[in-house]
Design a protein around this ligand. Structure first.
Ligand SMILES: Cc1ncc(COP(=O)(O)O)c(C=O)c1O
Length: 404
């Protein structure tokens, strides 16, 4: 390629946060960084059998832009999978849903981006949690809306602080529009919002007439007891938009997520689709896989394995890192949120971890501009069960070397 001077990039691209990739030359030996399921649980043979079946029985429809349900599938996605998801979510959330309530997405991140674009813009105010899934904070910011951060405590979003943000928005002449929350196994802290807090949050949303975007992608990964009712199930009238995904409960490379919304809200979100739809083929395969209760069976199989990994990681953290970090044991999800003791040089910890091939996500990735580097998010599912302890021991050594 020649190195001729090219025109500048757009102001929007230049203002967007740089993509974050840890600087590992080779894959890290202990990858506590990415939030993924345990790769050994991917049901490869079953997916292959489903792909064969789809090619044999629905090959032409599955390879088109859309199938028998028509062009609307380019906006909403394959109707068969939407029917299956509507029935599965409807049963769990005790709601009567159908395909008009479900829009398939290229992963839930794509859905969150479309939701942000459909609901807010310049002059609007949106709330995210003080530490949050950073992509959604950027999606909201890139619409021109003003984003406020509300505190999170051991029960999730602090509703009084969200109310403070709403008042501030009003004071600044902004239109309060939405609250984005991860109530179930919050990212990055792993905390679970109990029922009473959920109700309090919905009361606030009703009172201020704002949407609530419920990011539900960790809901099924509970290890101690089933999760409280979803926000959607508590407020089914259209105010709550639920974002979900197969990424954490099945396999992220399928890039298959979805949004549950009222048909009116769903159609506005659909207007924001930036491409020609979600893969019909993958959606057919996932739908064939989901048949006959297979998703619940899969979840019942992975939960004990994940619970065991969580317990091994918690035990190793106590033994090797107890003097250097504070953490709580999450009741579900994929992450430990480690608060470094004062006097530990976060930068030095990172340099040592990089050298030792241990990957862990820096805490400030989840916070706004005001964040310090006193936290790490440790994902515990990807590393093999019998390797977790060794990786955590290296973490402990990195903390010790960086302590003053
Ligand atoms: C809270 C949260 N929401 C959404 C996503 C996006 O996942 P996907 O696009 O793979 O569904 C992630 C992925 O890490 C996440 O942690």
């Amino acid at each position: 390629m020649s190195t001729t001077q090219l025109p500048p990039f757009s102001t929007k691209a230049l203002a967007a946060p740089a993509l974050f990739f840890p600087q590992y030359d080779n894959p890290p030996r202990y990858d506590f960084d990415q939030g993924m399921p345990d790769p050994s649980t991917y049901p490869l043979e079953a997916l292959q059998a489903c792909a064969d079946q789809v090619i044999k029985t629905q090959g032409q429809a599955a390879c088109g832009y859309f199938g028998l349900a028509g062009r609307s599938e380019m906006i909403y996605g394959y109707a068969g999978l939407r029917d299956s998801i509507a029935s599965w979510v409807g049963k769990r959330d005790k709601l009567s849903l159908d395909r008009k309530n479900i829009m398939l997405m290229n992963g839930s991140a794509a859905g969150l981006s479309m939701i942000a674009n459909a609901l807010v813009g310049p002059g609007d105010g949106a709330i995210v949690e003080s530490t949050t899934f950073p992509y959604m904070a950027s999606f909201l910011e890139s619409t021109g809306a003003t984003v406020f951060r509300a505190a999170v405590d051991s029960e999730g979003l602090v509703v009084e602080d969200a109310e403070r943000c709403l008042r501030e928005m009003k004071g600044q002449g902004l239109v309060p529009k939405l609250i984005y929350t991860i109530p179930t196994f919050h990212v990055p802290t792993g905390v679970l919002m109990p029922l009473a807090r959920r109700q309090q949050l919905l009361d606030l949303a009703r009172c201020w007439n704002v949407y609530v975007v419920e990011d539900n992608c960790y809901n099924e990964l509970w290890y101690d007891q089933p999760t409280p009712p979803t926000l959607l199930s508590l407020e089914p009238g259209g105010r709550v938009i639920q974002s979900d995904s197969f990424s954490k409960m099945l396999a992220p490379g399928l890039r298959t997520g979805w949004v549950v919304a009222s048909p009116e809200v769903a159609s506005m979100i659909g207007r924001m689709r930036p491409d020609l739809g979600v893969s019909q083929f993958t959606s057919h395969v996932v739908n064939a896989w989901m048949a006959n209760g297979r998703l619940d069976e899969h979840l019942n199989r992975v939960r004990p394995l994940y619970r065991r990994k969580r317990d091994i990681a918690a035990d190793a953290l106590r033994r090797h890192c107890g003097a250097f970090v504070k953490f709580h044991v999450p009741q579900g999800g994929i992450f430990f949120w480690l608060e470094l003791a004062p006097g530990i040089d976060g930068q030095k910890v990172r340099e040592t971890l990089l050298r030792e091939g241990v990957a862990c996500r820096p805490g400030e990735r989840f916070a706004g501009a005001t964040a310090e580097n006193g936290y790490l998010r440790m994902s515990f599912l990807q590393v093999d069960e019998d390797e977790i302890e060794r990786g955590v021991a290296l973490l402990g050594q990195a903390f010790a070397a960086a302590s003053t």
